[in-house]
Ligand binder design. Structure first.
Ligand code: PEP
Ligand code: MN
Length: 263
C-alpha cells in the first residue's frame, strides 16, 4: 500500500499516498491520550482524527471533551506535523474549528440527516479552503446524502469528500451498520470528482472486521479510509469495540492491496 498516484483534487495538495488514510481515536479524551496515539501513527497516516463534540444517539454517553480539545489537537500538530480532522455539528463548532486552524472538518451521520443543520454548517463555512467531509446519513437515503453535498457546493466549498460509514438497520446483521455498497457506488457516480473515503470502523463496529471491509472498499476503488485507532482501545471512552491499536493499524495497512487500479 505504498504507490503514489496523482489525485486530481485536494488529495493532491496533501501529497497523499493511495489510499489516503485518516486515523486516530473516536474521541479525544485527555491531552496525553491524543499525543500518545498521534506519535504512534505519525509518518504512516496523513490526517489525525479525534472527535471533541460527539453527538450520541442516546443521552448519558460521553459527549466529548468540547472546545478544550482544540488546544490538545494544536499540540498534536505542533509535535507531529499531522493534519487535524474533527467533527462539526453546529455553526459554533465551525467557528471554533476555523479559529484553531483545523484542516479537515467532517459532518457526522447524525447531522447529515438534518438539512437545516447541514445548511447552518455550510453557511458558516462559506467559501472555505478547508477540506470538508460529509458522512452518509444514518439511514440509507441517497438523496439526503446528495442534498448535503449540494448544500456544501452551493456554499462555494471546493475541497469536498464523501465518507461512507454504513447505514442503520433494524435487522440483526454481522455489522453495526450495513454497507449497502450500491449507495456509495451511486454517489460516486453522481460526484465522480469528489474523493470517496470508507469508514470501516463504524460499518463493522468490530476491530476484527475492519480489515475485510477496508479491502472491500479498496476493491471498489474508494480513494481513502478513516480508521479509528487508540493505544488502549478497550478503555476508550466511546466506540471501544471497533478501535484498533496503532500496531494493528500498521499491520492492516501493510496487508491491504490496491487491485485493478486502472479498471
Ligand atoms: C465518529 O466518526 O466517531 C462518528 C460518531 O461517526 P458517525 O457520524 O459515522 O456515527
Ligand atoms: Mn466513533
Amino acid at each position: 500500500m505504498n504507490n503514489k498516484v496523482s489525485f486530481n483534487n485536494w488529495l493532491t495538495d496533501l501529497n497523499a499516498e493511495q489510499p489516503f488514510v485518516i486515523a486516530g481515536p473516536c474521541s479525544a479524551e485527555t491531552p496525553e491520550q491524543v499525543l500518545e496515539i498521534a506519535h504512534a501513527i505519525k509518518g504512516n497516516v496523513s490526517v489525525f482524527r479525534a472527535g471533541i463534540w460527539k453527538p450520541r444517539t442516546r443521552p448519558g454517553g460521553f459527549e466529548g471533551v468540547g472546545a478544550i480539545g482544540l488546544k490538545w489537537l494544536q499540540q498534536v500538530k505542533k509535535e507531529t506535523g499531522m493534519l487535524l480532522a474533527i467533527e462539526v455539528a453546529t455553526a459554533e463548532h465551525v467557528r471554533l474549528a476555523l479559529e484553531y486552524d483545523i484542516d479537515v472538518l467532517w459532518i457526522g451521520a447524525r447531522t447529515t440527516v438534518n438539512p437545516f443543520a447541514v445548511q447552518e454548517i455550510a453557511d458558516a463555512l462559506q467559501n472555505t479552503h478547508k477540506v470538508v467531509l460529509i458522512k452518509n446519513p444514518v439511514n440509507p437515503d441517497l438523496s439526503l446524502w446528495i442534498g448535503g453535498v449540494e448544500r456544501l457546493q452551493n456554499a462555494g466549498i471546493k475541497k469536498l469528500g464523501l465518507v461512507h460509514r454504513g447505514f442503520s438497520t433494524y435487522e440483526k446483521t454481522n455489522y453495526r451498520n450495513v454497507p449497502e455498497w450500491q449507495i456509495a457506488i451511486d454517489i460516486k457516480e453522481k460526484f465522480p470528482h469528489i474523493p470517496l473515503i470508507c469508514d470501516p470502523s463504524h460499518i463493522t463496529g468490530n476491530r476484527n472486521k475492519v480489515e475485510e471491509v477496508a479491502q472491500q472498499a479498496l476493491d471498489l476503488h474508494f480513494d481513502g479510509l478513516m480508521i479509528e485507532t487508540h493505544t488502549h482501545p478497550d478503555e476508550a471512552w466511546s466506540d471501544a469495540a471497533q478501535q484498533v491499536t496503532p500496531e494493528q493499524l500498521l499491520d492492516i495497512m501493510g496487508r491491504l492491496q490496491i487491485r485493478d487500479v486502472n479498471q
